[in-house]
Design a protein around this ligand. Structure first.
Ligand code: SF4
Length: 227
């Protein structure tokens, strides 16, 4: 039987009983995955930025009492090019979204996003605000959501452990970042600024409708004057 060296789902060939203790059958992916994932899960470097009150809890988590160094995550980087994890810690405003997406785009794969707190996940108490984004997952692919307002440092640590468990189940054979196709194509929309009531992408239509309404008003006024 021929087995693809990189296909983890391929059927294993049969080994005679007398050879069961002498032969190990594996694939390159199965052999490399534990090492590959172990090294990545224990050296996740977060991007050093915060957005609002949740950021205080994130900073606290990195300090000595909770000590992210235990998980290899204490190295908060000042540049997205050296970071693996983006922790969205706080209220995301429409003004800030383009910058956040740009920072995400500057991070190299593999990269992960944690949505920390009610604001980042769904707008939180500011959801109805004209300036607030009701969920960062409309702009970035979120891997882990952490509930709370704010989430405690323990909750953030739990979220980071959940991310480690997710990484444990990834395979070098199927990792999207080695794909020839851009895995992020069409996934991340270009952020649009402006109040929710006006979609600036339809500005031409809005202008045409406004001109039509204005013409109707003018026509009515002219008719009224003639009477
Ligand atoms: S979820 Fe609560 S603590 Fe976090 S940024 Fe929003 S209002 Fe602040």
């Amino acid at each position: 039987m021929t087995v693809s060296p990189t296909d983890p789902g391929a059927a294993s060939p049969e080994v005679p009983d007398e050879l069961q203790n002498n032969v190990a059958i594996t694939t390159i992916a199965k052999l490399l995955d534990p090492i590959y994932n172990w090294s990545r899960r224990n050296s996740l470097w977060p991007l050093g930025f915060g957005l609002a009150c949740c950021a205080i809890e994130m900073i606290c988590t990195a300090a000595s009492r909770f000590d992210l160094a235990r998980f290899g995550m204490e190295v908060f980087r000042a540049t997205p090019r050296q970071a693996d994890v983006m922790i969205i810690s706080g209220t995301v405003t429409k003004k800030m979204v383009p910058t956040i997406v740009r920072l995400f785009n500057q991070m190299a794969e593999p990269r992960y996003v944690i949505s920390m707190g009610a604001c980042a996940s769904g707008g939180g108490p500011f959801k109805e605000g004209y300036s607030v984004v009701d969920g960062i997952d409309k702009f970035l692919p979120v891997d882990v959501y952490i509930p709370g307002c704010p989430p405690t440092p323990q909750a953030l640590v739990n979220g980071l452990i959940a991310l480690q468990e997710k990484i444990d189940h990834q395979s070098i054979a199927t990792a999207s970042w080695y794909s020839k196709e851009d895995p992020m194509a069409d996934v991340i929309p270009v952020p649009v600024l402006g109040p929710d009531l006006v979609d600036v992408r339809q500005i031409d239509l809005i202008k045409a409708e406004a001109a039509k309404a204005q013409a109707e008003i003018t026509e009515a006024e002219v008719a009224e004057t003639a009477v």
